[in-house]
Structure formats: structure tokens, C-alpha cells
Design a protein around this ligand. Structure first.
Ligand code: ATP
Ligand code: MG
Length: 149
């Protein structure tokens, strides 16, 4: 269905503020007035919800988690950035595999399924996902989805 992508993200950020701690700051930014996207709400929730929940969970010391949404021609781009523990480079090739977790997670719990679901959902949408991460500095995931409009 036809979604208002900015309104969708605003609602999502408000919901995630509930699970974030006082040490976390969640922000939404966009330079656009309106971004329309033909998508399935549940699919989008799988993608952005898992990435936001990871961003919070893997930032045990807090910091800013930002969701940035933009559009370029017929594509909608979501960027989720955190200042957390980072993802080791040698693990990044496996991160979309089910039940895989990186060595630096310490006592942070998880099943290793979130990114697998994210990857499948992005693929179903005909989109792309990439990561840029530095251990101890933070992680940025970029998801590009065809707007379908
Ligand atoms: P689940 O999401 O199933 O509860 P999980 O968070 O461990 O468990 P994924 O979401 O699939 O699993 O993530 C896989 C692994 O990738 C994580 O265990 C962690 O090692 C790493 N990871 C994912 N997102 C981040 C992030 N934002 N910062 C640091 N590491 C991350
Ligand atoms: Mg996860």
C-alpha cells in the first residue's frame, strides 16, 4: 500500500523511545517534506524495527541513534546510525546468516535472527542493504528501497 514514509518513521522513533534508556537519544531527520513509498507496513517494520532495536541494544553506554530518511529519484534511503560497540570487519560477511553473532557482543543477549529477517525483507522489497562500522566507534546501516511510485 501507499505509505507516508516520514510519518511511519516518526511513529517508529516514538515507540522506540520507550525501550531506549535515558542515556540514549533517538533522532529522526530528513530534508524532504514528503516521501511516499509503496510498501507493506509489516515488511518495513521488520526492516527498520530490527535495525533500530540493534542500534539501541548494541549501544550499552548510550549515545545518539539517528534515523535519516531521504529520497533519490525512485528510491527511498533509510540510514540508521549508532555510536555503539561496532561490528568487527571479519564478521560482517556472516552477519546476515541465521544464529550468527559477533565475538564482541559480551553479555548482550540475542538469537542472531534479526539481521537475517532484515535481509530477507529487504530482498523481498527489491532493495539493498549495506553496513559501515568501526569497532568501538559505531555502526551505520543504509537501506535503499525502490519507492514503487
Ligand atoms: P536478535 O535480533 O535475533 O534478537 P541479535 O541482535 O544477536 O539477536 P541480529 O540482529 O541478527 O541478532 O544481529 C546479528 C549480530 O550482528 C549481533 O549479534 C551483533 O553481533 C551484530 N550487530 C547487529 N547490529 C549491530 C549494531 N548496530 N552494532 C553492533 N553489532 C551489531
Ligand atoms: Mg538483533
Amino acid at each position: 500500500s501507499r505509505l507516508d514514509a516520514i510519518a511511519f518513521c516518526k511513529n517508529l522513533i516514538e515507540e522506540f523511545k520507550i525501550i531506549a534508556t535515558p542515556e540514549h537519544t533517538l533522532t529522526l531527520s530528513t530534508t524532504e517534506e514528503n516521501i511516499e513509498l509503496i510498501s507493506d507496513e509489516k515488511l518495513l517494520l521488520h526492516i527498520l524495527g530490527n535495525l533500530l532495536s540493534n542500534a539501541i541494544k548494541y549501544s550499552p553506554q548510550g549515545g545518539t541513534i539517528s534515523l535519516e530518511i531521504s529520497c533519490d529519484r525512485q528510491q527511498v534511503i533509510f540510514r540508521i546510525q549508532d555510536q555503539g560497540i561496532g561490528i568487527p570487519t571479519d564478521y560482517q560477511a556472516q552477519m546476515f546468516q541465521p544464529f550468527e553473532r559477533a565475538i564482541n557482543v559480551g553479555s548482550i543477549s540475542g538469537t542472531g535472527l534479526g539481521l537475517w529477517i532484515v535481509k530477507h525483507s529487504v530482498d523481498l522489497h527489491g532493495g539493498q542493504i549495506s553496513v559501515d562500522s568501526v569497532v568501538g566507534v559505531g555502526t551505520t546501516f543504509t537501506v535503499t528501497l525502490p519507492s514503487g511510485i
